[in-house]
Structures are given as C-alpha cells and as structure tokens.
Design a binder for this molecule. Structure first.
Ligand code: C5P
Length: 244
C-alpha cells in the first residue's frame, strides 16, 4: 500500500505539501539548506546533480537524519534494469522516486512489482512511485520531433494515464495540468508540480509558473521549489513569503 497522502483541507501548509529541491554541487551546501529548513517543509529532493556528486551515501545520510527524500533520478531503461534501480532506491529508504512514464507500461509495472516485493520481503516502507509526464523544458515542437501531433496537455494526460495503468501513484506535471489529471484519473492520484514562483518574482528558466497557493488550489498534491527558496540569503523568510 502507498503511504497515506497529506490532508486536503483548507490552506495546507509547507510542512504538509512542500518539497525543497537540493540542486547543489555538493553535499555540504545541501546540508546547509537541510539544517535551515528541516521541520519547516515536507521533504527534500535529491536530483541528478547532487546524486552524481555524492552518491547513495548522501541519500542515506538524509534518511538517517529522519528526512523524507524524493529521489528524482527519472529512471528510464529496459524493464529489468529499471526495476533493479528502483529496488536499490527503495532499499535506501526514500519516500518517493520517479520514472519517465515514456519508459512504457512494462518497465513501470515491472518496477512497481519489484519494489512492492522487496518492501514486503524486507519490511521496508513502500515509496511513492511517480511518473514524469513531460519535462517543462519540452514543448510541442519537441513532441512533433518525436512524432506526436497533439498538444502538450494531451501528451501529459496520455502519460499520466499510462503511469496510472501501470499502478504508479502519481505523476510530475505542471500545476496547469493538475486539474485535468485529477478529473481524468482521480483525486487520490498524486500530482507533483515544479515551476513554483512567488507573485512577481523572477521565473529563471521555468516557462509556465504558478504560486504555491494557486498550484495547490489547482489540485497539485505536492509543490517542488528550488531557487526561490534555496538561492535566498534568508531561506526561512523566503519560505514564509512563498507560502503565505
Ligand atoms: O529552482 P526551481 O524551483 O526551478 O527547481 C525546480 C526543480 O524541479 C528542479 O530540481 C528541476 O529539475 C525540477 N523539475 C522541473 N520540471 C520538471 C521536472 C523536474 O523543474 N518537469
């Protein structure tokens, strides 16, 4: 069984719904952020940059400190390799991990079954398994190159349905698609949304942004935030302003 989802009452807090992206070149800088924000946010995300620099030992360090870790490595390989990578991630004790939904139903389903099997045999907590629908840096031109003639939203919905049919718990998608995903698949299906920015703030390289509150109001389950918090001198103040 997947872990219990956070409450969906009025005005959910950063402690229930916010994941901070630890996009740093080394573990020392990441741990500074964790020390400052621990207890104030729901989870921390370790992605390709930090994982490649510091490896699984850093993930274990965070888990050992009692932090929830979203391992954002976007697995995409043949079914057996994808499943074995997912098993290794589950053994690290991560709370959430993800796969490119375009890896296909067989890879996603094989990975889910392998994770469920190892968690039940070894008494591990079952991590949330999430599909990546479409990177925010990819638009309709990119989809055309791949031979898909529909809109980005159609592609996102197609990938979300594929992830759901393989038994995954949810998807990473823009907050703009969260409502359509919820109505197509159901309210229990998790939507993790990056591209969160404060009102009137800089958008960096994100194209389609939303505030934290608007993202949750649109049906996002979790919001992923990086630079608007981590690049600020006073990160706690930035967090408070972003989630006010
Ligand atoms: O700094 P910022 O708030 O833009 O960070 C967003 C985080 O979410 C980054 O770690 C980025 O890799 C990740 N992400 C994204 N868009 C996706 C998937 C992941 O921005 N579609």
């Amino acid at each position: 069984m997947p872990p219990t989802l956070p409450s969906t009452g009025q005005q959910p807090s950063a402690r229930e719904r916010l994941i901070v992206a630890l996009d740093t070149p080394n573990g020392g800088e990441a741990l500074d952020i964790v020390s400052e924000l621990s207890g104030e946010v729901f989870a921390f995300k370790v992605g390709l940059q930090l994982f490649t620099a510091e490896g699984p030992a850093f993930v274990s360090e965070l888990v050992g400190r009692g932090e929830k870790v979203f391992l954002d490595l976007k697995f995409h390989d043949i079914p057996n390799t994808t499943a074995m990578a997912a098993v290794s991630a589950a053994r690290l004790g991560v709370w959430m991990m993800n796969f490119h939904a375009s890896a296909g139903r067989e890879a996603l389903e094989t990975a889910r079954l392998a994770v469920e099997n190892v968690c039940s045999k070894e008494g591990l907590g079952r991590p949330l398994l999430i599909g990546v629908t479409l990177l925010t840096s990819s638009g309709e031109e990119h989809l055309k190159e791949l031979g898909f003639d529909g809109t980005a939203e159609e592609y996102v919905l197609r990938m979300a349905k594929l992830a759901a049919s393989a038994g995954l718990d949810g998807v990473v998608a823009s907050a703009r698609e969260a409502a359509a995903i919820r109505s197509a698949i159901g309210v229990e299906f998790v939507t993790v949304t990056p591209g969160i920015r404060p009102k009137g703030g800089t958008i960096d390289d994100q194209k389609r942004v939303m505030t934290f509150r608007d993202a949750l109001d649109s049906g996002a389950t979790y919001a992923v935030v990086g630079r608007p918090i981590t690049a600020e001198r006073d990160r706690r103040a930035a967090l408070a302003a972003l989630t006010a």
